[in-house]
Design a binder for this molecule. Structure first.
Ligand SMILES: *Cc1c(COP(=O)(O)O)cnc(C)c1O
Length: 358
């Protein structure tokens, strides 16, 4: 069975060495030595100033909203994983969807302004499939109306824009290290913050508001990463060159085989690619479903990322339908891509797509 992704597992002996360290130190969580080591290594690997590890990418978003004391309405993308919007509601904020650019799949910066009103406190764009947003244009709108910007960068590990980390834009960026992502720590995530004081507050927020023994100085939650997660992260981080190289080969093979025949995401001209996903657009939903059925018959399971478009969710009373997001969502498939994906399997996927093209 071939799925859209397969979790990368590092050499087990490497992981065992870290587990031995954890057993020797008896230090399992609470900002332990491995979490500290992973934070330092990720800061230099990614090229960011303040990075706080957390237990998952959804809590990273929730803590970010709390840290910036958001109120009222938050403008976000309807074309994303459900956590982008559900985390907003969980924090008692109202998500307001602003439609995407149908070519880049990212929030269309030209449309954001229409959604701003006296209740708006923040914009939460998503670098969809790692494709950098138009950060300058988003920043202009934010400045004009005094709004915060939090990038859901769950897909953007290692991505650069104009030669620097895409995580350095906005007030905060959040990462997910879920095992389906390009870099993982089983479950996990990170909060990247520009402001040093805010970084200190976030450290408190993720640890119950406890700065040390006998003191509780603010409201907080438990969002700490543990040592076993950090150990996995340290092992995977060592193999990133290999992971990116293998993904790149698969990505380019798909691209060369399918370009011209299928619509694809238009990538930012000054952005780099982390080869996390390979989305393909079909002419319509019916054709997409036909190709999916043909692949499923061969035990190959691409995924409809992202379906449904979040403005369709019943528990969210969406302001107005986002037609581009709904349209892209209805006819997109993400093809299997992961280190170790067999070239023969890739050829079967490509030929199945081409056979069902007309
Ligand atoms: C994976 C993902 C999340 C959630 O991350 P978890 O670590 O699974 O909680 C949030 N936003 C987007 C866009 C994602 O793809």
């Amino acid at each position: 069975m071939i799925n859209v992704t397969k979790t990368y597992l590092p050499d087990i002996n490497k992981y065992k060495k870290y587990v031995d360290k954890i057993y020797a130190s008896n230090y399992l969580t609470n900002y332990g030595p491995l979490v500290q080591e992973l934070e330092e290594k990720l800061k230099s690997y990614l090229g960011v100033k303040n990075l706080i590890l957390v237990s998952n990418g959804t809590l990273a978003l929730q803590v970010a909203y709390k840290a910036l004391q958001l109120k009222g309405e938050v403008i976000t993308s309807p074309f994303s994983f459900v956590a982008t919007a559900s985390s907003i509601i969980w924090e008692n904020l109202k998500p307001i969807f602003s439609d995407i650019d149908p070519l880049t799949f990212n929030i269309d910066p030209a449309k954001i302004e229409e959604k701003v009103n006296e209740f708006t406190s923040c914009i939460v764009p998503v670098h969809v499939f790692g494709n950098p947003c138009e950060v300058d244009k988003i920043n202009c709108v934010a400045q004009k109306y005094n709004l915060k910007v939090i990038y859901d960068a769950a897909h953007a590990f290692g991505v650069k824009l104009n030669g620097q980390s895409v995580l350095n834009f906005g007030d905060i960026s959040t990462l997910s290290f879920h095992s389906t992502k390009v870099f993982h720590s089983i479950e996990g995530g990170a909060i990247i913050v520009q402001d040093d004081d805010l970084a200190k507050q976030i450290r408190l927020l993720i640890n119950f508001g406890i700065p040390g023994p006998d003191r509780v100085i603010s409201l907080g939650i438990n969002a700490k990463m543990n040592e076993f997660q950090a150990a996995m992260g340290l092992c995977v981080l060592e193999d990133m060159d290999l992971i990116f190289q293998e993904r790149k080969t698969i990505w380019e093979n798909y691209y060369n085989e399918l370009k011209g025949s299928f619509e694809m995401q238009v990538l930012h001209a000054n952005g780099s690619n982390n080869y996390n996903y390979f989305p393909v657009l079909f002419e319509n939903e019916e054709k997409m479903l036909r190709v999916r059925a043909a692949l499923n018959a061969k035990d190959i399971y691409p995924r409809r990322y992202f379906y449904p478009s979040l403005d369709n969710l019943e528990y969210i009373n969406a302001n107005s339908p986002c037609k581009h997001s709904r349209n892209v969502s209805s006819r997109i498939l993400c093809l299997p891509i992961y280190p170790g994906l067999d070239l023969n399997v890739q050829n079967i996927i490509v030929s199945t797509l081409k056979d069902n093209f007309n």
